[in-house]
Design a protein around this ligand. Structure first.
Ligand code: THU
Length: 136
């Protein structure tokens, strides 16, 4: 079966990664409820902790374009097996919904998927602050 477009786009995005320190390339494509897609890649820095992950780069692109309701994110990495998003990215994404589908792939055809709330159970969300989170 051929690979869904969003997964191919995530694999393309990892080619843009700036990862001279880890050599671990990551691409991400975040899809909004209206089908529009926003791309990110990891952007490393000589001051290592300044690094931005692909998932948060995609989220920032989406928010800057006015999207706030999302249905899925595809992540692709250059590693030997699919990666789950780091804890910081899980928290960044859960701001906009616990039910996001998280798909992770490798260029050689491996694939794993989760729902975000299984990756970050009992999360701290805008609801805890009496807010709805995302565009509503
Ligand atoms: N990285 C991501 O971009 N997303 C993840 O889900 C895991 C880690 C990046 C950060 C850093 O540039 C490199 O992968 C190695 O940690």
């Amino acid at each position: 079966m051929s690979r869904p477009d969003i997964e191919r786009e995530a694999i393309l995005a990892l080619e843009s990664a700036y990862a001279p320190y880890s050599a671990f390339r990551v691409g991400a494509v975040l899809e909004a409820e209206d089908g529009s897609r926003y791309t990110g890649c990891n952007v490393e820095n000589a001051s290592y902790s300044v690094t931005i992950c692909a998932e948060r780069a995609a989220l920032a692109a989406a928010i800057a374009a006015g999207a706030q309701r999302f249905r899925r994110i595809a992540i692709a990495c250059s590693g030997s097996s699919p990666v789950a998003p780091c804890g910081m990215c899980r928290q960044a994404l859960v701001e906009f919904g616990t039910e996001l589908e998280v798909i992770s792939v490798t260029p050689d055809g491996q694939r794993t998927a989760w729902q975000l709330d299984s990756l970050l159970p009992q999360s701290f969300t805008p609801q805890e602050l009496g807010r709805r989170g995302g565009m509503s």
